[in-house]
Design a protein around this ligand. Sequence first.
Ligand SMILES: *Cc1c(COP(=O)(O)O)cnc(C)c1O
Length: 362
Amino acid sequence: MQISTTLTSTPVDDARLAGILGDPGFGNFFTDHMLTVEWTPEAGWHDARIEPYAPLSIDPASAVLHYAQETFEGMKAYRHADGSVWSFRPEENAKRMARSSHRLALPVLDPADFVQAVDALVEVDQRWVPDTTAPGAGEKSLYLRPFMFASEVFLGVRPAQHVTFMVIASPAGAYFKGGVKPVSLWLTEEYTRAGRGGMGAAKTGGNYASSLVAQQEAIAQGCDQVVFLDAQEGRYVEELGGMNLYFVHRDGRIVTPATGTILEGITRASIIELAREMGHVVEERRFSIDEWREGVASGEITEIFACGTAAVVTPVGALKWDGGEVPCAAEAGEVTTAVRQALVDVQFGRAEDTFGWMHRIV
Ligand SMILES: *Cc1c(COP(=O)(O)O)cnc(C)c1O
């Protein structure tokens, strides 16, 4: 893919950038450039370009604003101690976007072009990848957001004939303000995230839109995050609004829900491999809410954690529902901490990359 580049004449200056990278938060600041590729049925993917970051001017009749034909990805670029910059399993994000796009009747961007596009933007904006070697610098990274949307100006309901793919980037610190402290969960029994044959396995904005009211309920109940059950029986644990779940058992076994309607996280898949390498038996299967309640009560379940690119691995504390609660872990457990450390050590180049997961960009 041919990518043209127009550099900004007003990049953020060094002092301001140092201030931003000192405390980036999550999703607040955006780099100097953005990447765009257009698609039409006649021309295929074309006009790939990197330009100064700027608001888009879009027609109010753009299809995505009405019918939500959209997919996205979330990934990160990490700076290693020698100054090099790497991404983590980018071809997995590329393949997942292809699967999501297929589900949303969007055109598929070739995975090689996806990786090239992400690499090209990171290379141009490489000074935005935080240095993490300074004492107390923490686990900062450059969060990358590839996304694709129906940009055709047309109110008829059919797959769009003009689609836009973009990549933007945003420096990231800790996703949860509390740091690596257990999050409390609210079990919603009113709302579900995804049904059989629906879009649960696709990374699309609509899934998040439908999760927000349940997330709002969680906050109102004094919890951090919402947990969803399967739509059919209301019995099997699916996932949080944007993170997959793991249940560590007394004998070291780890169970993670597999239902066909969850989003298959790349962190989830990587943790399955890492945990097996660390000697854990990992089971992917249906896991009922009763198994959760009873397992915690009996001590059979010793740790619970959630995972995803943005927050990496987050311990889960209390589970609350209408009429009950199972207790809270005050701190991250041993297995949670070890899995988290093993994963971030590979991502930040502090441990050998035995799985060949890292992809060098700069
Ligand atoms: C993105 C996402 C995840 C986590 O996937 P990762 O590839 O690990 O970042 C989990 N659940 C949902 C609903 C998601 O959208």
